[in-house]
Design a protein around this ligand. Structure first.
Ligand code: AQP
Length: 331
């Protein structure tokens, strides 16, 4: 029996390199080793301001992106969170087991409370509990995520242990799987790349679009002229090279930068080329899937159906254990 994985992304906009390197690239690599459920977590997207038509559109675009990146519906379940109503049912049950103080300490809650201080809603506070429900509803044992999500995984472990100790062993322990791109910095060179920060490189961007952004990105601030030797270890462009460039290119950059043999422009052009080359097949497939809505929707329909069946069995077990199994409404 393969172990199960659950992971998801909020449909709050286009996918960026952080999502790709921190999550999706890992998802694809793990498809043979695990039974995977990959989700578009639209209920989480409601915790920030959104427009209904954009949310609907973003769910579809993200499904196309997952498929373009190599998510194989023959191997993995691709589903939309809101199509399996048990996510919110289980969330309520877990809410009743989770102390408020645990949630108030979550770093992303604290951050979002500052960045969207006019909309500190209950959903924002409850984000980590819904995420716990997402994962354990499929009895997943591993969650491939970027580093920013690790506190949520830690909290999920606490919550599921509470459930198990109160109602008997039900859910397996979970662990986060963090890959090479654990925390991709944005083009500002300080913050994490994030949709709300306007510091992203997006998966759909071609060479010209990438170049126009990379050319303005922050590098080693101590290197002012081309003749100044630079330090790749403090340069965000180099940290992106580490994720996209060959060993040969990396050697060229390290020596060239340290000895002032190459300038930042040449180094950035090489980066734009390498990113563009890796993303080119994804970009092409993405546009192909966008033009095949019936095909993509059918995959989602099938994925949602499989996820529902699996989750229904788990919830049967949960309801029995928590004492809500009266059967008054059974057909
Ligand atoms: N910069 C990043 N580096 C590595 N991993 C990242 N992830 C996100 N940004 C980076 C990983 O992508 C998955 C989906 O994350 P999400 O649904 O929470 O959405 P988001 O993309 O993280 O949201 P943003 O871009 O950060 O939007 P805002 O700025 O609104 O908060 C997760 O596995 C995450 O770790």
């Amino acid at each position: 029996m393969k172990k199960r994985i659950f992971s998801g992304i909020k449909p709050t906009g286009d996918l960026h390199l952080g999502n790709y390197l921190g999550a999706i690239k890992n998802w694809i690599a793990l498809q043979d080793e695990y039974d995977c459920v990959y989700s578009i977590v639209d209920l989480h997207a409601m915790t920030t301001e959104y427009k209904s038509n954009e949310l609907r559109e973003n769910v579809f675009k993200i499904a196309c992106n997952y498929l373009a990146c190599g998510l194989d519906p023959q191997k993995s379940i691709l589903m939309v969170q809101s199509s399996v109503k048990y996510h919110t049912e289980l969330c309520w049950i877990l809410n009743c087991l989770t102390p408020l103080s645990w949630l108030e300490r979550v770093p992303t809650f604290k951050e979002k409370s500052q960045t969207q201080d006019e909309n500190i809603n209950m959903g924002l506070l409850d984000y980590a509990v819904l995420m716990t429900a997402d994962i354990i509803l499929y009895k997943a044992e591993a969650v491939p995520v970027g580093e920013d999500q690790l506190p949520h995984i830690e909290l999920a472990r606490e919550i599921l242990r509470r459930f198990n100790s109160r109602f008997g062993d039900t859910f397996p322990e979970i662990k986060g799987i963090v890959g090479k791109g654990a925390r991709v910095k944005g083009l500002d060179g300080t913050d994490k790349m994030g949709k709300s920060l306007d510091n992203c490189l997006y998966l759909y961007e071609d060479y010209d679009m990438l170049w126009s952004k990379i050319s303005k990105a922050v590098t080693d601030t101590a290197r002012i002229k081309k003749t100044d030797p630079g330090n790749p270890n403090v340069c965000n462009i180099y940290s992106l090279h580490l994720l996209f460039s060959s060993t040969k290119d990396l050697e060229l950059i390290i020596t060239g930068c340290k000895n002032a043999e190459i300038g930042c422009i040449q180094c950035k052009k090489l980066l734009a080329t390498n990113i563009s080359e890796e993303l080119e097949p994804i970009r092409t497939k993405y546009y192909e899937f966008l033009n095949r809505p019936d095909f993509v929707n059918e995959i989602l329909f099938e994925g949602n159906k499989k996820a529902n069946l699996f989750a229904a069995d788990v919830m049967d077990e949960v309801y029995k254990k928590i004492g809500i199994d009266h059967g008054f409404f059974k057909k």
